[in-house]
Design a protein around this ligand. Sequence first.
Ligand SMILES: CC(C)(COP(=O)(O)OP(=O)(O)OC[C@H]1O[C@@H](n2cnc3c(N)ncnc32)[C@H](O)[C@@H]1OP(=O)(O)O)[C@@H](O)C(=O)NCCC(=O)NCCS
Length: 128
Amino acid sequence: MVILRGAKEGEIWYLVEPESWGKGIATESVNHLLDFGFGELGLHRIWATCLPENPASARVMEKVGMRKEGFLLKNLKIHGVWKSGFLYAMLAEEWRHAPQIWRPNQGQLPDDARRVDLGQPREPQAAF
Ligand SMILES: CC(C)(COP(=O)(O)OP(=O)(O)OC[C@H]1O[C@@H](n2cnc3c(N)ncnc32)[C@H](O)[C@@H]1OP(=O)(O)O)[C@@H](O)C(=O)NCCC(=O)NCCS
C-alpha cells in the first residue's frame, strides 16, 4: 500500500506467484489491506488499477466490493510502452457497509460468504 505523506488516500498493488493463483489469496490480501487502511490508518479512499487484459485482477477488486471508477488513458509505462488501465476505488463509508466477503481471523471462506447482509456495518479492527 502506498500512502502519500499527509494524505488520506492510499493505492494498493498485489502480486501472487503463478503456482498459487485461483486460491483466493489476492482477494484475502486485498481485504486485509482495506481493513488495515480504513480500520487502522483511518484512510478516506483506497484505489487500485489494473490493465484491461487482466480480468483476474479486475475480478479481485470486484469481489472485495471496490467500485469501477473509470479508465486511465496511458497512465503507466511498462517496458517502455504507455499502457491504459481501469481504475477501481473504495471510500471509507463504502467499506463500512461492504459485503463481508472475508474478515481477518475467519479462516476459510464460508460457502455463503457473498450473501451477507449489506446493512451490517464493519467495525474498525486490527488487520493482522
Ligand atoms: C491478479 C492476481 C493478483 C490474482 O491473484 P489470485 O490469488 O489468483 O486471485 P483470487 O484467487 O483471489 O481471485 C481471482 C479471481 O479471478 C478470476 N479469474 C481468473 N482468471 C480469469 C480470467 N481470465 N477472466 C475472468 N476472471 C478470471 C478467478 O476465477 C477468481 O474469481 P472467482 O473467485 O470469482 O472464481 C494474480 O493473477 C497475479 O498476481 N497476477 C500478476 C500480477 C498482477 O496482475 N497484479 C495486479 C496488478 S493490478
